[in-house]
Design a protein around this ligand. Structure first.
Ligand SMILES: [Zn+2]
Length: 357
């Protein structure tokens, strides 16, 4: 079904296809302020039948099946709990199921970088989310992606303690720094063992691997590029070259498939990399923004236009795609192209527990 991972010592040149399963009300348009306090209950209470993404999950499954692609589906657990049949369709189609948070609530405030949860609270919520997904599918969940990609080193430590084998949220990007660190030292697009307590590239093997997102690196002839506004505030200015994230998502919607494919191909030269999209981005129906008009531009690009962009990327990746759990089977040594990296098993501590609710 998928391309077989390389067994040589060279890092496998494969693109992991992933799908973030959430609806419009889990994202920043439903928030009072970007990235904060996205109130799912408020959206559900104020709009009858607010779901827009659900019918397009089937479209996502069809796009993948038509190309014989196996992917990783990162599910928001509360969405899975309300629509368990949809979750099970992804699992029975043979895709990996991974965790995209309990309610898609950001774990820290993007402006102040102050945590919205203690590490203990984060662990409790994430363990509950994993339990929901595991119990509904009967499959182990070993992967995590941070809601809105707001990721911090303390979150990776907690995920490791919970037995997650990997995270895929970190993005070195000149437009936004969605982490709580001023500089992502050593982070490019290759998977890595993070330094404990940080997102920086570490030197010691550990239980969790980070799969950072791809980017397109624009030539700057050695000069640091100082971008105004958001980038300056978030410290992304510290990047020595101009990097535009090309993992997909809103960047695919706004910038198109050409830049995304160029960035994926450029990142692929370093090693395995990641593509993702949201089924809700393909929805034709209007997004019922009932209680916030802060970021209406977020939905300027959606529907059939975005579907065509997703199709172009998937067609461009054909024959080179995989899912996270499949790629991890090669072991860290091969994955990193580093003979000193330890072998390790992705399956430990992640068996389904408890009863289905
Ligand atoms: Zn998300």
């Amino acid at each position: 079904m998928t391309t077989t991972a390389s067994t040589s010592d060279a890092p496998p040149r494969q693109i992991i296809v992933s799908v973030d399963v959430e609806d419009w009300y889990h994202g920043p348009t439903a928030a009072a302020r970007f990235g904060t306090r996205a109130d799912v209950a408020q959206a559900l209470a104020s709009t009858p039948q607010p779901e827009r993404g659900l019918p397009y999950l089937e479209a996502a499954l069809e796009l993948l099946a038509a190309r014989n692609m196996r992917a990783t589906f990162f599910w928001v657990a509360e969405y899975a709990r309300r629509f368990p049949a949809a979750l099970r369709r992804c699992a029975t189609a043979g895709h990996e199921i991974a965790c995209h948070g309990l309610t898609h609530f950001p774990k820290f405030d993007p402006a102040t970088k102050q945590p919205n949860f203690t590490p203990a609270e984060f662990k409790t919520r994430t363990a509950e989310a994993r339990k929901i997904l595991q119990n509904l599918t009967g499959q182990p969940v070993i992967g995590y992606r941070a809601p809105n990609a707001y990721i911090a080193g303390w979150m990776l430590d907690a995920l490791e303690e919970l037995g997650f084998a990997y995270d895929s949220s970190v993005s070195a990007n000149s437009l936004y720094n969605k982490t709580d660190e001023p500089q992502l030292t050593g982070v490019d697009t290759r998977p890595y063992f993070p330094e404990r307590g940080t997102l920086r590239r570490g030197t010691a093997p550990r239980g969790i691997i980070e799969f950072p997102w791809p980017y397109f690196e624009f030539p700057t002839w050695g000069r640091a590029i100082a971008l105004p506004t958001v980038a300056a505030r978030d410290g992304a200015r510290a990047l020595p070259v101009l990097k535009i994230q090309t993992a997909g998502g809103p960047y695919l919607r706004f910038f198109g498939s050409g830049l995304v494919l160029a960035g994926l191909r450029q990142s692929l030269r370093r090693g395995p990399t990641v593509f993702y999209f949201h089924p809700v981005d393909m929805c034709r129906e209007p997004i019922p923004l009932p209680f916030s008009w802060k970021r209406p531009m977020m939905w300027w690009f959606k529907g059939d236009l975005v579907r065509r962009r997703i199709v172009r990327v998937l067609d461009g990746l054909q024959g080179r795609t995989t899912a996270f759990d499949e790629l991890l089977k090669v072991g860290a040594e091969t994955l990193f192209g580093d003979p000193k990296a330890n072998k390790w098993s992705p399956q430990r501590d992640a068996a389904p527990t408890g009863e289905t609710k």
